[in-house]
Design a protein around this ligand. Structure first.
Ligand code: 4AZ
Length: 246
C-alpha cells in the first residue's frame, strides 16, 4: 500500500495473507498475495496470485496485523482446492477476469472461526456510485519499502468512473467491464505488488461490501495511473455458483 497507515487490529477482519511454503521447509512461510474471507471455508483472491502455485504448498493466515509475529488472533488454514476463472487472461497490457476462489481445509469440521478479528465480508448486491470513498488494505510494497510491509496497512481511495479510467492518458481502451479503477488521479495513494488478491471494501449504511479485488496497474502511486481492481459485482454469479460446486 502506498500512502497508507497501520491498520488497527480487527479493522479488516476479512483480510487474508496468502503464504507459500519455501522450498527449504525450515524457512518460514512467505507472504505473496492478499485474499478476502467470503465465508468460513472460502477465500476470494486474484487469479494471477495462484496461477502457478500448488495448493499443497499454500497457507492462509487470518486475524493478524503483523506478518512476522505469531499473534493470539491468528488463524492458520490449509487450502483444499482452488478455482481460477475460466476466462482469466494475461496480456501485455491487462489482466482480464483476474479472480479465483480458494476452498479452505476444515479441521474437526470447522474452517475459519468467527472472532472479533476474523469475519467474512459481504458481497455487494449492486453497483456503488463513482466517487465513493472506499478502503484498500494489504502487506504489499510501500513508498518506503520494496520488500512490502510486515504490518497490515490501509488507505482510502475513490471509485473512478470507467469513462475517466479509459481516457487515453489513463489506461485507454484495454479496460473491460470485469475491472474498475480506484485511487487518486494525482497519485500517492494506491495498492502495489503483494497487495494483489486483497480487498477494496466500501461501506454503505454501516455494512462493508467487498467491491474490488486488487488486480494490477501501471506501477504504484503514479499520477494518472490509479489501481485496477476485479469488479466483484461482475462476478457474483460466478462466485455463488463456484462456492456451491465444491
Ligand atoms: C502487482 O504487481 C501490482 N497499483 C498490484 C497493484 C498495482 C500495481 C501492481 C496497482 O501485483
Amino acid at each position: 500500500i502506498f500512502g497508507g497507515r497501520k491498520a488497527l487490529p480487527g479493522a479488516h477482519p476479512w483480510q487474508a495473507s496468502l503464504q507459500i511454503r519455501p522450498k527449504n521447509s525450515t524457512d518460514p512461510f512467505r507472504h505473496f498475495c492478499g485474499g478476502i474471507l467470503l465465508d468460513s471455508c472460502w477465500i476470494l483472491t486474484a487469479a494471477h496470485c495462484i496461477e502457478r502455485v500448488n495448493e499443497t504448498e499454500l497457507q492462509v493466515v487470518l486475524g493478524g496485523v503483523k506478518l512476522e509475529v505469531n499473534e493470539a488472533a491468528d488463524q492458520m488454514l490449509e487450502v483444499e482446492d482452488y478455482i481460477v476463472h475460466e476466462n482469466y487472461t494475461e496480456t501485455v497490457s491487462a489482466l482480464y477476469n483476474d479472480i479465483a476462489l480458494l476452498k479452505l481445509k476444515a479441521v474437526d469440521g470447522q474452517c475459519a472461526r468467527e472472532t472479533r478479528f476474523v469475519k467474512a465480508a459481504c458481497l455487494p448486491t449492486g453497483p456503488i456510485p463513482d466517487g465513493t470513498e472506499c478502503i484498500i488494505s494489504g502487506y504489499g510494497v510501500t513508498e518506503h519499502d520494496e520488500e512490502g510491509s510486515s504490518e497490515l496497512l490501509d488507505a482510502k481511495v475513490l471509485l473512478i468512473s470507467q469513462k475517466q479510467c479509459m481516457a487515453p492518458r489513463v489506461y485507454g481502451d484495454v479496460l473491460d467491464d470485469s475491472m474498475f479503477c480506484a485511487g487518486h488521479m494525482q497519485g500517492g495513494v494506491d495498492t502495489c505488488q503483494g497487495d494483489s488478491g486483497g480487498p477494496l471494501v466500501c461501506k454503505q449504511n454501516s455494512t462493508s461490501y467487498i467491491y474490488g479485488v486488487v488486480s494490477w496497474g501501471d506501477a504504484c502511486g503514479k499520477k494518472n495511473k490509479p489501481g485496477i481492481y476485479a469488479r466483484v459485482t461482475h462476478f457474483l454469479d460466478w462466485i455463488n455458483e463456484n462456492m456451491r460446486s465444491l
